[in-house]
Design a protein around this ligand. Structure first.
Ligand code: HEC
Ligand code: HEC
Length: 293
């Protein structure tokens, strides 16, 4: 170590370091800084003892308080469940109409229904329930199986043509008219004509001559399920064919395909997959999407 010398101007000792004639003075660090430094050291010691701190390979020092983020999350979930249980109990014991009439229950059901819809229904029915080809729009006021709260509840609870639920919506399907399985097999020309007739009910673009030939074919083969005026029949889930709203598509090619090959959309039954209060919340949510009766 270099010999200690004092700076002649300030009278402070130098450290002996010198660069190009500039010398470093040996001033002590300020008191306030030093005290904060000691406090930090003390605080970190306490922290190491109380909380998880040092990584030790595959484990870490756990700290005597036993605190972890996982425990904290579990606690929060338990608290939330407890806060909700009052509502879920009331939903379990209330009728669908009573849920809709009580504003706090309704709000709770709408939020719960929305969450359950996002998890279970969106892949088929779309994020806002707007539907996809083959999967009906749930936000409009056209219903295959009925749009009252009770209808919607039954549809969700037991599904449509679901093979694993004896109470499911009945399995009447749209026959495949180009095959022998149909009540009366139709020729390609007849199918084209009846498709033109169906088109003419909602658009003016259909082939007029075909539509005229198709009308009696419809009356004979189709009206039994779809209704005289093709207004549909909710008892068997036969859609209206006159409203310009299509489950599978309303262009001529799709209509010919639907009529030739038949259709039998399957909606899963949720009885075994969701508890009853959740199904009630879903029914209320779907009912409020815009088309509830
Ligand atoms: C695997 C696809 C699929 C999933 C998942 C699904 N659905 Fe469906 N849903 C369908 C199909 C297909 C139909 C139409 C069946 C038919 O052709 O009659 C349908 C019909 C419905 C209907 C009747 C609509 C009407 O016009 O009467 C309601 C209500 C409904 N679904 C609600 C739900 C709810 C709520 C969920 C979530 C819990 C859900 N669906 C999940 C496929 C699905
Ligand atoms: C046994 C009853 C029954 C008969 C008879 C029947 N249908 Fe259907 N039809 C249905 C059902 C049920 C559906 C809905 C299928 C589904 O939801 O997957 C349907 C669906 C359709 C659709 C699809 C509608 C859409 O929105 O995409 C068309 C088109 C159609 N039928 C036309 C006809 C024509 C034309 C005839 C006569 C040649 C006919 N149907 C006879 C029961 C029937």
């Amino acid at each position: 170590m270099a010999k200690q010398e004092k700076d002649p101007v300030s009278g402070v000792e130098t450290t002996g370091h010198e660069w190009d004639g500039i010398k470093e003075l040996n001033n002590p660090v300020p008191r306030w800084w030093l005290y904060i430094f000691y406090v930090c050291c003390a605080w970190s010691l306490v922290y190491w003892v109380l909380y998880p701190a040092w990584p030790m390979g595959t484990w870490h020092t756990a700290g005597i308080l036993g605190w972890t983020q996982r425990v904290e999350v579990e606690q929060k979930i338990a608290d939330a469940k407890k806060a909700q249980s009052g509502f879920t109990d009331r939903i379990a014991s209330s009728s669908l109409d009573d849920i809709r009439k009580a504003p706090d229950l309704l709000n709770f059901a709408l939020a719960g229904g929305k969450a359950a819809f996002g998890v279970n229904c969106v892949p088929c029915h779309g994020a806002g329930g707007q539907g996809n080809p083959g999967f009906p729009n749930l936000a409009d006021d056209k219903w295959l199986w009925g749009g009252t709260l009770a209808d919607i509840y039954t549809t969700i609870k037991h599904g449509i043509r679901a093979t694993d639920d004896a109470e499911t919506r009945p399995g009447v399907a749209m026959p495949a008219w180009a095959t022998d399985s149909a009540p009366a097999k139709l020729t390609a020309a007849q199918i084209s004509d009846v498709a033109d007739y169906v088109l003419s009910l909602s658009t003016k673009t259909a082939d007029a001559a075909g539509a005229t030939r198709g009308a009696p074919i419809f009356a004979e083969n189709c009206a039994a399920c779809h209704g005289d005026k093709a207004q549909g029949n909710q008892d068997m889930g036969a859609p209206a064919l006159s409203d310009g709203i299509w489950l599978y598509g309303g262009d001529k090619k799709t209509l010919v395909e639907t009529i030739s090959k038949g259709r039998a959309g399957v909606m899963p039954s949720w009885t075994k997959r969701l508890d009853d209060p959740t199904i009630k919340q879903l029914a209320v949510y779907v009912h409020e999407l815009g088309g509830g009766k």
